[in-house]
Design a protein around this ligand. Sequence first.
Ligand SMILES: [Zn+2]
Length: 312
Amino acid sequence: MSFSLFDAPPHEPSQFVGFAGNPIDRQSEQRADDSVEKALADPSARVLLVRAGRVYLKANGTGFSSYYTVTATSALAARLEHAVLLGFTPQGPVLAAPAGLDPEELPEGIKAIDYRSVYIQGLLEAPDLGILAQGASLLAWHSSHRFCSKCGQQSEMRAGGYKRLCPGCGTLHFPRTDPVAIMLTVTKDRCLLGRGPHFGPGMYSALAGFIEPGETIENAVRRETFEEAGIRLGRVVYHASQPWPFPYSLMIGCFGEALNEDITIDAELEACRWFSRDEVLAALAGTHPDGIFTPPKGAIAHTLIRAWAESA
Ligand SMILES: [Zn+2]
């Protein structure tokens, strides 16, 4: 069987997903232990503030801004001692820090909005959404890795937030990204979509699961698809990836070619079935007769489903 899906796509598909538009120049080779202090002393510095899965947005006439000057962060009790340096844009350094004020205590014109709503509602432009993913993921890692996993002593941030050093045993700890495989299982005429019990009524999506230690991306895709749906896969190709700050994942989107079509559904799924191309096109267009729909544009599942539906 040959289909164009398994050829390299003409345009890099990752650039079209949400959280992917990060324009930051990370200057990773230049990071030093005083990088944060130097950046905070720069009058052009901008700081992103987050707390408990929400970003603090400032209304600015037509929309929202996610940046504060260093001076302005004090009104939100920013904890700049925990700030991380994300990198640089032509306007200057960009940092992220935990906000101190509770969402209920915010001054007029500032709203604390969860990352998912910011993304779904398009409250930030693509570059700022990408920067949010970087800052939110990195701060989440720091807040859950304060103590050395080797000796238990409290560790200290280094290199602008890109490592932690344990003063007790000298171990270095590096921020992690958790890889998640998300895969669309296809045949020439049909694709496999499922729904989890937590999905909104009518939504169907691609299957997904964490990649485990010692596993290739392709084998994780094959294992998850077999475990969740009882479908064996032949060829697997990578298509696109998406930074996913919940809290620090990377979604790795693939297509898998089904070798059998009889589904054995796993308890993890509420439903799973094959969809024809016409049915998928209707779901994407919001015109499916049973009200079935896909994740919104910008979700990597949407990117995979649309690429298959529109492929020859
Ligand atoms: Zn230690």
